[in-house]
Write a protein that binds this ligand. Structure first.
Ligand code: SF4
Ligand code: FES
Length: 250
């Protein structure tokens, strides 16, 4: 069975790999789809519903979260139909009512012509509960943060709100947060995050601080194929590999 499929997206024909996520196909084709909870490299959860698009398989037409929808057959996809725009505006109306002070939400609402309605109830404006941070931590093999409490009280925190023993200070959680809500401070050779302090490691080649001692300690305890011998930043590691391939180093 061929792995290549042809999709009709709005008025264009777009090629996709069987099993590829629809959002990735649309992005590759340059089609703008708003997203919030999705982040490349993290497993999707489909919680924000902003990426809804209309798909027609020939048998039925439905709204799907494109970040979770694998393309398995030929499809017609509409990303800007009245049905899609109505659903998107509904999602944005709720988000705007809840997080009216969040610039990212305000901008999206403006783009889709959504006007503010009476506020449902104030939410801490520094967290959308998109859980990118929790998924980023899990993707590193750690579980230093999670959601706690329920309903309107729900929030992200380390267990018991204490400095998390499992944290290695990699900062991936802060990196993926769309609001910059997770505070990371660096200075005097240290990185501080989630109430803990970590020792920064400097690249053996360029001297730039790029990771924490605890990250390396963690990686060195992983299976041998992950064994990290040299402490090189990503840029110097790439250069080192390129030089090795070209035979310029031993
Ligand atoms: S802290 Fe940031 S990444 Fe984590 S859930 Fe809140 S908004 Fe999302
Ligand atoms: S980006 Fe949030 S549901 Fe798809």
């Amino acid at each position: 069975m061929s792995t290549k499929l042809e999709l009709k997206v709005n008025d264009n024909v777009v090629t996709a790999e069987r099993g590829e996520l629809l959002l990735d196909v649309l992005r590759r084709a340059g089609v703008l789809v708003p997203t919030l909870c999705e982040h490349p490299g993290l497993e999707g959860v489909g919680s924000c519903r902003l990426c809804l698009v209309e798909v027609n398989t020939g048998r039925r037409s439905q709204l799907v979260a494109s970040c979770l929808y694998p393309v398995e057959g030929e499809l017609t996809v509409l990303t800007d139909s009245p049905r899609v725009n109505e659903a998107r505006r509904f999602v944005l109306t709720l988000l705007l009512a809840r997080y009216s002070d969040v610039q990212l939400i305000e901008e999206l609402a403006r783009r889709y012509g959504v006007k503010p309605v009476e506020r449902l109830q104030a939410e801490p404006a520094d967290c959308l509960l998109c859980l990118r941070c929790v998924r980023a931590c899990a993707a590193q093999g750690n579980g230093a943060i999670a959601t706690c409490l329920r309903g309107r009280e729900k929030r992200v925190s380390p267990p018991f709100d204490e400095p998390p023993a499992d944290c290695v200070g990699c900062g991936a959680c802060a990196e993926v947060c769309p609001l910059g809500a997770i505070k990371v401070e660096e200075g005097e050779g240290k990185r501080r995050i989630w109430g803990r302090e970590f020792t920064l490691v400097h690249c053996q080649s360029c001297g730039e601080p790029f990771a924490t001692r605890e990250q390396f300690d963690y990686l060195r305890k992983q299976p041998p194929d992950l064994l990290v011998e040299e402490e090189l930043c990503p840029r110097c590691r790439k250069l080192d590999q390129a030089l090795r391939i070209s035979g310029s180093t031993t």
